[in-house]
Ligand binder design. Structure first.
Ligand code: FEO
Length: 385
């Protein structure tokens, strides 16, 4: 695949069906992208996961057609991109690694060596000329590790964006970019919105016509749309109007209340997304909570706490700095319902959350007064849209 006359794609698709980063389901697989810039000097942009080293080296050889690479540019040291660095450096002993100071420290940790004799250390604004192509590097701290750099090719107006603008899913399966990019962004980079905003500001002056991320497709059209979504996500602003109802239920009674609330809201014309946290993709539920402007948490009380799936869900939210949303609660308990108090406490350090006045308090099963409470909660949620 040619990105431009001189830039070639040599990434791989992973369909092994394993969890990505040990926790994210990837039903459509995963792509580990890598690129080659062919010029007077040849640069390879990042490597791939260790399970695909041979396939990647084969693709590289084809693109090189007998030539040797001069540089290996390591933008990110997470193993999905860096695991093949040591093998590459052994195979091409004349190649030089280009990376940030922090990346070289990580190489020492991962590979036991930091290529002190074969390296170029780059920082914000460093330039590397390949001949016709001039590469400018920008540090992208915490997008999504501290050593990350992104690279702008002034000649072809290409931004190599590292993890930014990536998504779950291999490139040989078509899927919906935004839902898998959102799930990827919120899950993996969500905590670092401020750093993503800094990166977007840094590259705002570049005339970007193509974005080459380390996961997901190369983006070359309608870039304002993708950059706009990143701005929204990085600012923790809701992307859509609607209510996410996330519930954790033991015998189904809390779930019934959650579904009844969904019904009442839908009758009022509200978009509702329901997640049973025990059996849904937890990271899809987390991404939805960040996507919509209102959230309802419904949980049984369990061991004087919340049901474990709800605890995990709220932890995922707070770790990713959940904020700027309106939140309601449904609690259940057969002798001492207190889950709403626990859930509220878990969210006490989250910024700019507005809690609904109505809390639905169920003793074991829904009764007449609960239906009234659910109707009031639905009314309130509609008022704060
Ligand atoms: Fe795709 Fe942060 O590694």
């Amino acid at each position: 695949m040619g990105i431009s006359k001189d830039i070639k794609y040599i990434g791989v698709n992973d369909h092994r069906g394993e969890l990505f980063e040990g926790q994210y389901v990837v039903p459509n697989g995963m792509a580990y992208n890598s690129y080659v810039i062919l010029d007077e000097k040849i640069a390879v942009m990042d490597t791939v996961d260790i399970n695909f080293t041979e396939e990647w080296l084969g693709k590289l050889e084809l693109v090189l057609s007998g030539k040797k690479p001069d540089y290996l540019i390591v933008q990110h040291m997470e193993p999905d991109h860096s695991a093949s660095v040591a093998v590459f450096m052994e195979k091409y002993p004349e190649a030089v690694v280009v990376a940030s100071t922090k990346a070289f420290a990580m190489m020492k940790n991962f590979f036991g060596r930091d290529y002190a004799e074969r390296r170029v250390v780059v920082a914000d604004g460093s330039i590397l000329s390949l001949g016709k192509h001039e590469l400018t590097f920008f540090t992208a701290m915490m997008v999504h590790w501290p050593e990350v750099i992104v690279t702008y090719d002034t000649t072809d107006k290409v931004l190599f964006s590292a993890d930014a603008f990536g998504k779950f899913g291999a490139l040989d399966i078509e899927d919906d970019w935004v839902s898998e990019a959102r799930r990827y962004y919120i899950g993996i980079v969500g905590r670092y919105g401020q750093q993503v905003q800094s990166l977007l500001q840094k590259v705002a002056g570049c005339d970007i016509q193509t974005i080459c991320p380390l996961h997901g497709p190369v983006l070359s059209e309608n870039l304002g749309y993708y950059i706009g979504l990143y701005q929204t996500w990085a600012a923790y602003e809701p992307e859509k109007s609607g209510v996410v109802i996330a519930y954790a239920t033991i015998y189904g009674n809390t779930g019934k209340a959650a579904k009844l609330l969904a019904e009442k809201l839908r009758e009022k014309g509200c978009e509702v997304v329901l997640h049973n946290l025990a059996c849904c993709d937890m990271h899809k539920a987390v991404a939805d909570a960040f996507c919509y402007d209102r959230l309802v948490l419904a949980s049984s009380t369990y061991n004087a706490d919340v049901f474990p799936f709800m605890k995990t869900f709220i932890q995922h939210l707070t770790e990713r700095l959940f904020q700027n949303r309106k939140v309601g609660f449904i609690e259940n308990g057969s002798w001492a319902p207190l889950s709403s108090r626990v859930m509220r406490k878990m969210l006490e350090n989250s910024k700019n959350l507005t809690f609904m006045d109505t809390t639905v308090k169920i003793f074991s099963a829904i009764k007449g007064e609960n239906i009234t409470e659910i109707e009031s909660l639905a009314e309130e949620l509609m008022k704060v849209e």
